[in-house]
Write a protein that binds this ligand. Structure first.
Ligand code: HEM
Length: 503
């Protein structure tokens, strides 16, 4: 009995000791947060709603109420100026809209991508975009890949892709012709998602998905992964909530599907190369070149190739389909702009079926319309960098050791950069109009800017020019013009259109 009492008393003491230790650790952590607050609170920012959680609960509430978090960032940028601070636990984030600092930070390779990019290396333990082009933080690792990938995006190589863009866009025209003949409504976002995925699969990997006709699990897999990224950003403990188990399983399966599909394409291409076949110098060939030759190939080299296949799937599709859908939505709301851009297409393309590379350069007003679309709807809405050393932004002293967010939605809609910012006015980008510098950069800026910018511009112009050439479209009444944030921005309604053949 005495032994029993001794054991009980020892356990009680141990528990008491553990509780004291935890309390001390917690107090220590609180002191550390206090120190962080004291260090960074000279930077302006909205009041925190919680000492511990900073602004994160407020932001979580906004996201869960289906409001756009970028709207809140915009409101704060109007109130707190060109650099302001947000807190969450011991982390500090800056939202920067100051053009001078934007130039200084984004144009330099000194400022590395911040730890957000680490979060999507894996999704729930399954490797996703890993160390691919978008997420690689280490400069040397990124630069090695970018240097090898560049030729697949040279204007010479892109010229050769015009046939693929025409051919895939024709399939969309066939679908729209069906909708016009049968008087059925068209969900433009869905159709454009199929086309942009078809284009990237064909142009980058030489694969025929033909998603407007065939069923494939790939679009659903991409959708699941994008949803997972949003969930991870919004809810750090998402993975540990038992009610999410089924979804997590689905996401892991989706990652595996994207990577095994990539592995099959790589293997097929390698075999063709070994057999001395004439292979295109496309993105897949360049991806294979980023890895060592077979004898020296490490497991990490293999993984890196798959990282980039997944990266191009994700980077090359959603952003462009979103941009096209928003463009159609705005043209549907502005008949006078629609008329003007249609006239330009008629003048440049006329009745021609195939659009040439040189035609694209002549579609000047269409370029302005697409630029204005990305100003109001930057489908890839931001980027972030780590600031390690102290610096001064717009007169505010910034101690090093924090993340800096550049939100393209905010800069595109700030009255101080764009007068009457919500007005859709493509002429803001007319070459004769003076434009504010380092305020509109939807493809990001500097060394880590979008590698696929020209690819995306060509693709968008081919699709839009054919659509305007062949069809009259109008927005079905009653749909919302709201924006949905799935990591990239897309129109919530899907942009439902009635389609008619042009007379
Ligand atoms: C409207 C369409 C597009 C928009 C708005 C867009 C925007 C962006 C932005 C903002 C970044 C920087 C991302 C970051 O810093 O986190 C980026 C990077 C990138 N984009 Fe795009 N993108 C588009 C289309 C494409 C397409 C079609 C491709 C491929 C064919 C592509 C490939 C890439 C790649 C590889 C990177 C990483 C570049 C690097 O860090 O070296 N993008 N894009």
């Amino acid at each position: 009995m005495a032994v029993f009492h001794v054991i009980i008393s020892l356990v009680a003491k141990a528990l008491f000791f553990l509780a004291c230790l935890l309390l001390l650790l917690f107090l220590g952590y609180c002191l550390y947060i206090k120190y962080i607050h004291m260090k960074y609170d000279k930077i302006p920012g909205p009041p925190r709603s919680s000492f511990l959680m900073g602004h994160s609960l407020m932001l979580l509430r906004i996201v869960n109420s289906d409001r756009l978090v970028h709207e809140q960032f915009l409101e704060w940028a109007e109130t707190y100026g060109s650099v302001y601070r947000l807190n969450g636990l011991h982390y500090v984030y800056l939202i920067v809209t100051c053009p001078k600092a934007t130039k200084e930070i984004l144009m330099s390779s000194k400022y590395l991508k911040d730890n957000f990019y680490k979060k999507i290396f894996h999704l729930f333990g399954e490797r996703f975009v890993g160390n691919g082009l978008i997420t690689a933080q280490n400069h040397e690792l990124w630069y090695k890949q970018r240097r090898i990938m560049d030729p697949a995006f040279s204007s010479l190589y892109l010229r050769g892709l015009i046939g693929t863009f025409n051919e895939r866009a024709e399939k969309l025209m066939d679908k729209l012709a069906d909708a016009a003949d049968n008087n059925t409504e068209a969900n433009m976002l869905h159709l454009l998602n199929c086309v942009t995925l078809d284009v990237i699969a064909k142009a980058a990997f030489g694969a025929d998905l033909d998603l407007l006709t065939n069923k494939s699990p790939i679009p659903k897999a991409i959708e699941a992964c994008l949803k997972a990224i949003m969930n991870l950003v919004r809810e750090p403990a998402f993975e540990f909530n038992p009610k999410n188990r089924q979804f997590i399983k689905e996401v892991r399966k989706a990652c595996r599907l994207l990577r095994t599909t990539g592995a099959q394409w790589i293997q097929k291409r390698k075999t063709a190369m070994q057999n001395g076949e004439d292979v295109p110098k496309d993105i897949l060939t360049q991806i294979i070149k980023t890895a060592a030759t077979d004898e020296n190939m490490t497991e990490e080299d293999e993984e890196l190739m798959l990282d980039n296949v997944v990266t191009f799937f994700i980077a090359g599709q959603e952003t462009t389909s979103g941009k096209l859908s928003f463009c159609i939505m705005e043209l549907g709301r502005h008949p006078e702009i629609l008329e003007k851009v249609r006239k330009e297409v008629d003048d440049v393309i006329g009745m021609k079926q195939d659009i040439s590379y040189d035609d694209l350069g002549k579609l000047v007003y269409l370029s302005l319309v697409l630029k204005e679309t990305l100003r109001i709807y930057p489908t890839a809405p931001g980027t972030s960098r780590q600031i390690e050393e102290d610096m001064v932004i717009d007169g505010v002293h910034i101690p090093g050791g924090i993340s800096c967010i550049f939100d393209f939605y905010v800069t595109g809609r700030l009255e101080r950069f764009f007068k009457d910012p919500l007005k859709f006015d493509p002429d803001r980008f007319h070459p004769d109009v003076t434009k504010p510098y380092y305020c509109h950069y939807p493809f990001s800026l500097g060394p880590r800017s979008c590698l696929g910018k020209n690819f995306a511009q060509m693709e968008a112009k081919v699709v839009m020019a054919k659509l305007l050439q062949r069809f009259d479209f109008s927005l079905v009444p009653g749909q919302t013009f709201d924006i949905q944030d799935t990591g990239s921005l897309r129109p919530k309604s899907g942009v439902i259109c009635s389609i008619k053949h042009r007379k």
